[in-house]
Ligand binder design. Structure first.
Ligand code: TYD
Length: 404
């Protein structure tokens, strides 16, 4: 398999073995037909892109029963509200403002533009979440974004001032075509701003659960620079974010139009210093992943051997990688509590751990909970004070393994 950007051969990083779909929560009767694929990661020395070697078909992952709703986290709501306000203050100065969002999910970001009657378009192929966005009066198309869709949007709505995307670009295997489409849609001085989990943070914290079927890429400033130079665009600004355990917000414009912020030079240099552009660093990460697995399984077995029951907190897509790679099933983790209606009553992908309603978490007798949504730790610790007050312990595996 060659790099999706440079077409040069990929160098193997991790082999996670057979994995189910990260969001493939399922009923008992579907266990026997469950879909698995071989999950391996690779690094391209030319484009510096960290990527999955194989990825399931898009329509297996994004469909009318897509189980992820952005608005379930209050911190993410605040994050998108602040970002929308920043952009709106600039859009209000434009003649015919128009903003496009790729992967608008349930409208967590665009709802602010709809409320303020600003011309906008959301692109969301998962029909069930797109319906939630439509309920908020957001204009949505459910097409997969491709170059010809970019042409249709320009014909129907004109060129855009902003093309926004959050936690979506890293899902798109044909990203080069998408990048061409974005360049096509933008006005001459238009900006592409997107954010995704950042490779630098994944390497630093060994948060390998960011790797699952939907995340075909883990981006860095180096790889994004390489990719967008191919379509005549350049990095204008880089802003690290706390979301999803460490993300990067990339701002790009057409080449030569915008002043380049000093953050671009600084972060590119930092990546070189830290080896984010270097295959040896990826091999070091691979070793850290194996050690993290051994340590997590040992802790869970030690707790279990003392006859304590363990539950999981939040049935994230990320947890699918952890559970399947570490071979953790109901013998170690009894159940996982979650707030998502679509997941409750189902079973986790691959390891078939039952998913229970989060409302029962506080009445349950569990003294140990594995924090699968470690990226929302602040929000969760705040609302689950009672668990700690009752001597409950969190098992956190991001940045080394700790019991808090
Ligand atoms: P997220 O980390 O965004 O998941 P993913 O790995 O899938 O990107 O967390 C979303 C999931 O976590 C979703 O199933 C809802 C659940 N969740 C809770 O149950 N309670 C919470 O307080 C939070 C923040 C998330």
């Amino acid at each position: 398999m060659n790099c999706r950007i440079s077409n040069k051969p990929l160098n193997l990083i991790n082999d996670f073995g057979n994995q189910p779909l990260g969001n493939g929560f399922l009923d008992k009767q579907d266990f026997k037909n469950e879909y698995f694929y071989h999950m391996k990661t690779g690094f391209c020395k030319e484009s510096k892109m960290f990527q999955l070697i194989d990825q399931p078909n898009m329509d297996k992952m994004f469909h009318e029963n897509y189980a992820f709703f952005s608005s379930l986290s209050t911190n993410m709501k605040k994050h998108f509200y602040n970002w929308a306000n920043e952009i709106m203050s600039d859009l209000n100065k434009k003649k015919e403002p128009f903003i496009v969002e790729l992967g608008c999910n349930d409208g967590i970001f665009l709802e602010h533009f709809a409320e303020n009657k600003i011309n906008h378009l959301g692109i969301e192929p998962s029909v069930n979440v797109a319906k939630e966005a439509e309920k908020k009066n957001i204009n949505v198309t459910t097409k997969f974004f491709k170059y010809d869709v970019a042409n249709e949007i320009v014909n129907d709505f004109g060129h855009a001032d902003y093309f926004i995307s959050a936690n979506v670009m890293c899902h798109i295997p044909n990203i080069l075509e998408v990048a061409r489409g974005i360049e096509k849609i933008l006005k001459k001085d238009g900006l592409l701003i997107f954010e995704d989990p950042y490779l630098g943070d994944v390497l630093k914290r060994t948060t390998y659960d960011q790797i699952y079927d939907e995340h075909v890429f883990l981006f860095s400033a180096h790889s994004i620079k390489y990719l967008f130079e191919k379509v005549g665009m350049e990095l204008v600004k880089l802003e690290p974010q706390d979301t999803h355990g460490g993300s990067m917000r990339y701002t790009l414009g057409k080449k030569g139009v915008h002043t380049i912020d000093h953050s671009v030079i600084e972060i590119i240099k930092k990546e070189i210093d830290e080896g984010v552009d270097n295959y040896d660093k990826m091999l070091e990460f691979s070793k850290n992943v194996e050690q993290n697995k051994i340590a997590l399984v040992k802790i869970l077995k030690d707790i279990s051997n003392k006859n304590h029951k363990i539950c999981g907190y939040a049935a994230t897509s990320k947890s699918t990688t952890i559970l399947n790679y570490c071979n953790i099933d109901e013998n170690l983790i009894d159940c996982i509590f979650d707030t998502t209606k679509l997941k409750i009553g189902k079973f986790s992908p691959g390891k078939h751990i039952p998913i229970r309603d989060m409302k029962e978490f506080n009445h349950s007798q569990y003294k140990f909970a594995v924090l699968f949504a470690w990226n929302h730790a602040t929000e969760i610790f705040q609302k689950e004070k009672k668990f700690s007050e009752n001597n409950g312990k969190w098992i956190n595996f991001s940045s080394g393994i700790s019991i808090i």
